[in-house]
Design a protein around this ligand. Structure first.
Ligand code: NAD
Length: 296
């Protein structure tokens, strides 16, 4: 068996066509959707991620407001900037690029963002909402994975889903979203003993550990759907995921490539959340139904 490729880049482009139409409708209502991005310091990877988000905004007709603060900015300064953006009517989404320098308490910063502008979905309210399946903004990476899974046409309900990685931004919310869709969910992490014993049972295997080559074919069930969230830069500068793509492709039914799988979807779902925020704020009182994103 050779797996079919789940093409995140192509799905992103399809979704963005719809986004541009939604932006046009918003503009007719006098609203330009806006995303504010706060970058503290000059971490090169963070700069690239912020650059990609700003580019995605431009691509879809969303205004972006880039707030660069120096690496030695105090927590008070960051909180003051967030307060300003919380009050700014042109800003529908606020994103603080992580990681933050050590003098700044990440949780305090994330909790300061107005939950109605928390388009990354990292505020405690949005995280907690995942438990009961009623979050305002689903976190972008798991949200993107959910749509990639939908493109396979396979119903998640009743499937064994194994999530490798238990971070607050990917693994844990991913597991909760799969549980909400009635999968039987296992979460594995760095302390899990005998990882293969769990992964081999997965009908749906989602890997977000940040360890290149972690998942090899012997660990994968024939016909599994494999989603590789990992992004790792090798010493020769190649970007790879956590899954041995060439090997696992021979056993899986569907697989995401890296790059071109989950990565583009993460940025696209950020735009989706920003649009949804603008739609709620800008035209919620008209007799107009805000569209929810779906996959053909
Ligand atoms: P993290 O470091 O916060 O968490 C990693 C998780 O993996 C932890 O729960 C850890 O216990 C687990 N883990 C580590 N080694 C393991 C092992 N050998 N076996 C089982 N579990 C193990 O990382 P993160 O922020 O969740 O990101 C994970 C990966 O996903 C990274 O490569 C990151 O670059 C990538 N990422 C990609 C996107 C995207 O858009 N594609 C978005 C976010 C993160």
């Amino acid at each position: 068996m050779t797996a079919q490729i789940i093409d995140g880049k192509a799905l992103s482009q399809r979704l963005r066509v719809g986004f541009r139409e939604r932006v046009a409708v918003l503009r007719e209502h006098g609203v330009t959707p806006g995303l504010a991005v706060i970058l503290v310091g000059d971490n090169p990877a963070s700069k690239v991620y912020v650059g990609n988000k700003v580019k995605a905004c431009a691509d879809c007709g969303v205004a972006s407001f880039h707030h660069a603060l120096p690496a030695d900015a105090s927590e008070t300064e960051v909180l003051a900037r967030i307060a300003q953006l919380n009050a700014a009517p042109a800003v529908h989404g606020i994103l603080v690029q992580l990681p933050l320098p050590p003098q700044i308490d990440v949780r305090r910063v994330l909790e300061a963002i107005d939950v109605h502008k928390d388009v990354d979905g990292f505020h405690l309210y949005n995280v907690g909402g995942l438990v009961v399946g009623n979050t305002i903004f689903p976190p972008c990476t798991p949200y993107g994975v959910q749509l990639l899974l939908e493109t396979t046409g396979i119903d998640v309900a009743g499937k064994n889903a194994v999530v490798v990685g238990a971070s607050n931004i990917v693994g844990k919310p991913m597991a909760l979203m799969l549980l909400q869709k009635e999968a039987t969910v296992t979460i594995c992490h760095a302390k899990t003993r005998d990882l293969a014993q769990h992964t081999i049972l997965a009908d749906i295997l989602i890997v977000a550990a940040g360890k290149p080559g972690l998942i090899v074919p012997q660990m994968v069930k024939h016909g599994a759907i494999v989603i590789d969230v990992g992004i790792n830069r090798l010493p020769d500068n190649r970007i790879v995921g956590d899954v041995d793509f060439e090997g696992v492709k021979q056993k899986a039914s569907w697989i995401t490539p890296v790059p071109g799988g989950v990565g583009p979807m993460t940025v696209t779902m950020l735009i989706e959340n920003t649009l949804r925020s603008a739609e709620r704020k800008g035209i919620a009182h008209d007799s107009w139904d805000a569209p929810t994103v779906t996959v053909d």
